[in-house]
Design a protein around this ligand. Structure first.
Ligand code: 4AD
Ligand code: MG
Length: 436
């Protein structure tokens, strides 16, 4: 089906086919007709282009087909590319053959429909210019994650999706019937990654992650993609440096490959370029509380996690992402170790994005203290026998190690300034939605 003889709209708009006779294929994005002329806007994966169909320039029955074809009909067109500054993009196709492949029914999506309706019609709405741009950027982001880790000596490593244990708290587990037993959908790749670093030392993964998030927010999905890394011989500082480099590398790749999409989404390219080329500050949780108190007049009780509103207020004071380290140990997952110099805090970090997008990365060193981890799990009502395989990792050649996870949709939302994280993933799953 890849026939080189069909030209792509992007190339037409770049001026490659000016005054040439070409063949094109795609869909009708918009159409209006007046007597002897049909003005179409056609689209393919690469863009939209005006096509003018004039009676007399093509066989009569083809003209009639063009006239009656509705939006989203699929078609093959032949004609000449003409420069015309009245056409959006500066070029148009003057049609001399029009072959409608399928006459579409009346398309259910028109302007100003509710977000819920668009979610019901998601399988059709993913054709929109907005989502086309977002998913191209998402593709660059995921590609960049792979190339970042691979070029830095990390191996891609896969963990099971069906797992017997929790890692990030039992309350967000999705239970799955497993023959006569029960198991859970992966909340994180981490525990298996910790097993694998003893063999491969530096590993990463991008994969689907599941959390039964029982509240409706614009930042939480029930199924999302997490890009995680884990490596032996690293400390907290090393981890934060890698996370910063990774995010800057991803931004640079998006700036390199997605100028058009960023423009379609009205993004401030200069601002993103500034962020991609600047250093990201690191502060502690304590410093974050001081900033909130002194500059925002907001009192956060020491020991409480930062909520969305507090992350947003804190980020009023930064124009790049920042790293926040040393959250209170008490509120952290069982595997995060205490800082020996400040034992009520953990050797952990989050990366927060500006403009109210909040946490995009979370990571930590991993505890090597078996008794401590057992106690933490017991406190959470876990049966520690289920974790015995994990504890073996501390019994056979334990080494300092750590890792982090980056939320792919959180990052895409921030880069594209989406109002809701649901638009960062093709078919979102949330508390209230699991179809189409
Ligand atoms: O901070 P989290 O929970 O960290 C972990 O799961 C670690 N085990 C990762 C690791 O160290 N390997 O999740 C990591 C990131 C968050 O910073 C956020 O960006 C994203 O995953 N995330 C979500 N994204 C969308 N919807 C949700 N419900 C999310 N929960 C977490
Ligand atoms: Mg987190």
């Amino acid at each position: 089906m890849t026939d080189e003889s069909y030209v792509k709209i992007k190339d037409v708009l770049n001026g490659y086919h000016k005054d040439k006779e070409v063949k094109m294929r795609g869909w009708i994005h918009r159409t209006r007709s007046g007597g002897k002329i049909v003005f179409m806007v056609i689209r393919d994966a690469t863009g939209t282009l005006q096509a003018t169909v004039k009676k007399g320039n093509l066989p009569d029955e083809e003209f009639e087909d063009a006239k009656k074809a509705l939006v989203e009909s699929s078609l093959i067109l032949k004609g000449t590319i003409a420069e015309d500054n009245r056409a959006p993009g500066g070029y148009e196709l003057r049609v001399d053959h029009c072959n409608i492949l399928q006459f579409a029914e009346v398309f259910p999506i028109v302007e100003d429909q509710s977000p819920e309706f668009l979610m019901d019609k998601r399988h059709l709405w993913i054709r929109s210019q907005k989502l086309n741009a977002v998913f191209k950027i998402r593709s660059t982001v995921v590609g960049a994650i792979h190339s970042f880790f691979r070029t830095n000596g990390f191996y891609e490593f896969d963990a099971p999706v069906l797992q017997p244990n929790q890692c990030e708290g039992g309350s967000t587990l999705f239970e799955v019937k497993y023959y006569e037993n029960k198991t859970y959908l992966s909340q994180t790749w981490q525990l298996y990654a910790e097993a694998a670093i003893f063999s491969l030392e530096k590993i990463y993964n991008v994969g689907p992650t599941f959390r039964a998030e029982k509240s409706k927010t614009s930042r939480h999905l029930s199924e999302f993609w997490m890009a995680e890394m884990e490596a032996a011989w690293l400390n907290l500082h090393d981890l934060t440096e890698i996370a910063k480099d990774e995010v800057k590398y991803i931004l640079k790749e998006v700036l390199k490959h997605n100028q058009n999409e960023l423009e379609t989404l009205n993004q401030d390219i200069e601002k993103l370029t500034h962020i991609a080329n600047n250093s990201f500050p690191t502060i502690s949780y304590d410093e974050a509380l001081s900033i909130l108190k002194d500059k925002e007049n907001m009192n956060v009780e020491w020991g409480k996690d930062l909520r969305t509103i507090e992350e947003a207020k804190l980020m009023n004071h930064f124009d790049t992402p920042i790293i926040v380290t040393h959250y209170p140990l008490e509120i952290m997952a069982f595997y995060k170790p205490a800082d020996p110099d400040r034992p009520d805090t953990a050797l952990c970090f989050d990366m927060l994005a500006p403009d109210g997008y909040g946490e995009i990365v979370g990571g930590s060193e991993r505890s090597t203290d078996l008794e401590y981890m057992k106690n933490r799990l017991r406190e959470q009502g876990e049966n520690i026998e289920n974790y015995d395989w994990y504890f073996d990792l501390r019994r056979f050649g334990s080494v300092p190690h750590g890792g982090y996870g980056l939320g792919v949709e959180r990052l895409v939302s921030w880069i594209c300034k989406l109002e809701n994280i649901k638009d960062a993933i093709p078919f979102p799953r949330t508390l209230t939605r699991f179809s189409p």
